[in-house]
Design a binder for this molecule. Structure first.
Ligand code: PLP
Length: 398
């Protein structure tokens, strides 16, 4: 018996009791926010670093990112993809992993605005040059090739002009000339287009958009078919700290559960809405791959396989005044520059994504003051048609 005073201190240094064991497992992926993982001993840690057999530090990887990456891998029909903190960081991780000073890349001339900026303003600071060319014409891409060209970057369907790239021609060109083909599959998703079945080497997604689908998580995904290239992209992701939050991964995985149903519903509604709008007074243009008058109609079926997607654009007569009247009348449709949400959103490229262009630059793309992009969501199709029909009628009174 000791005379020492009774201690009220905790009996153990452990910050928490052992994780309860269970023969059953949770049906829903657990959320694992831990930044660090303790290893058994230095030999165990060596082994983890050498064969990747366990988690060490969340920037280097965590279970929620791994589970989400594997689910997107299975949609894209590939192995080894990674999750990044945003769609842009997926683009960044690929560029950092694949390119070096002295390289040249070719980008489609209507890529996502930030991707264009990264290519034309940021990469040159690191000695990488970019040429932009029209992806609806494989000959225009071919004409941009230089001796040091390493990669071609395309989106299958352009934003907001809904042009369909000549994916077959570009893939053949890249193959013949030994260039890497990187596809941003955000708009099309694996439901409309499977890049690896069509000659791509690298695929990225803004998971923020249709895959996660609820506008509550900002994430990206990147994958390369070649494991050596994938390793370089992964190292760039970890070293530059582009890695994602476990909670965002968990939310995105939840969103992904309904991705196929959401996509099918939104696509069917977009097709019906395009049809309805094309007959209205004051509507001068409707762009959706389902339309027989689509400018790339000759290749839509071959590229998209009758999956036109949920993104469409239209133009009304009357310029900015009509555009203001339309958005004011469409009270129940958020006027917001994002896409792929459960709800339909309306965006006006001339005042948002394309505001930095001159009026002539926009005119060359067919983007006037009356041009709108619609990311079609999951609402009752008839209510959506009624809302836009009403708003367009109001716009024509302005
Ligand atoms: C939104 C988007 C991106 C960028 O994704 P973030 O998650 O916003 O960083 C890249 N490409 C396309 C086609 C996009 O629509």
């Amino acid at each position: 018996m000791s005379d020492a005073p009774k201690s009220t201190a905790p009996k153990s240094l452990a910050r928490r009791p052992a994780w309860p064991t269970s023969v059953s497992r949770p049906v829903v992926t657990p959320l694992q926010p831990s930044v660090v993982y303790s290893s058994p001993d230095p030999d165990g840690l060596d082994q983890q670093y050498e064969d990747g057999s366990g988690f060490t530090y969340a920037r280097e990887g965590h279970p929620n990112a791994t589970v989400l990456a594997q689910k997107i891998d299975s949609l894209e029909g590939v192995d080894g993809g990674i999750i990044t903190g945003s769609g842009m960081s997926a683009v960044g991780a690929v560029f950092l992993g694949v390119l070096q000073a002295g390289d040249h890349i070719i980008g489609a001339d209507q890529l996502y605005g930030r991707t264009l900026r990264l290519m034309t303003e940021d990469l040159p600071k690191f000695g990488v040059d970019t040429t932009l060319a029209d992806p609806t014409d494989a000959d225009a891409i071919a004409a941009a090739i230089q001796p040091n060209t390493k990669m071609v970057v395309v989106e299958v369907v352009s934003n907001p002009t809904i042009r369909v790239a000549d994916m077959e021609g570009i893939a053949k060109l890249c193959h013949d000339r030994g260039l890497l083909l990187m596809v941003d599959n955000t708009f099309t998703t694996p439901r409309s287009y499977l890049p690896f079945e069509n000659g791509a080497d690298i695929v990225i997604h803004s998971v923020t958009k249709l895959l996660a689908g609820h506008s509550d998580a900002t994430l990206g995904y990147a994958v390369a078919k070649d494991p050596a290239l994938m390793d370089k992209i992964n190292v760039a992701n970890v070293t530059w700290g582009l890695t994602p939050s476990p909670f965002d991964c968990w939310l995105a995985e939840r969103g992904l559960q309904s991705f196929d149903l959401r996509y099918d519903r939104a696509e069917a509604t977009a097709t019906a809405l395009s049809e309805a709008l094309s007959g209205l007074d004051g509507v001068t243009k409707v762009l959706h791959p389902s339309r027989p008058d689509h400018p790339d109609h000759n290749r839509v079926a071959q590229v998209l396989g009758h999956r036109p997607g949920n993104m469409m654009s239209f133009e009304v007569a009357g310029g900015r005044a009509a555009a203001n009247a339309l958005t004011n009348a469409a009270r129940d449709l958020p006027f917001a520059p994002t896409l792929g949400d459960v709800g339909t959103t309306l965006s006006h490229p001339a005042s948002s994504s394309h505001r930095a262009l001159t009026e002539e630059g926009r005119a060359a793309l067919g983007i006037s003051e009356g041009f709108f992009r619609v990311s079609v969501g999951l609402e009752d199709p008839q209510l959506l048609i009624d809302e836009l029909t009403h708003a367009i009628a109001e716009s024509q009174k302005a």
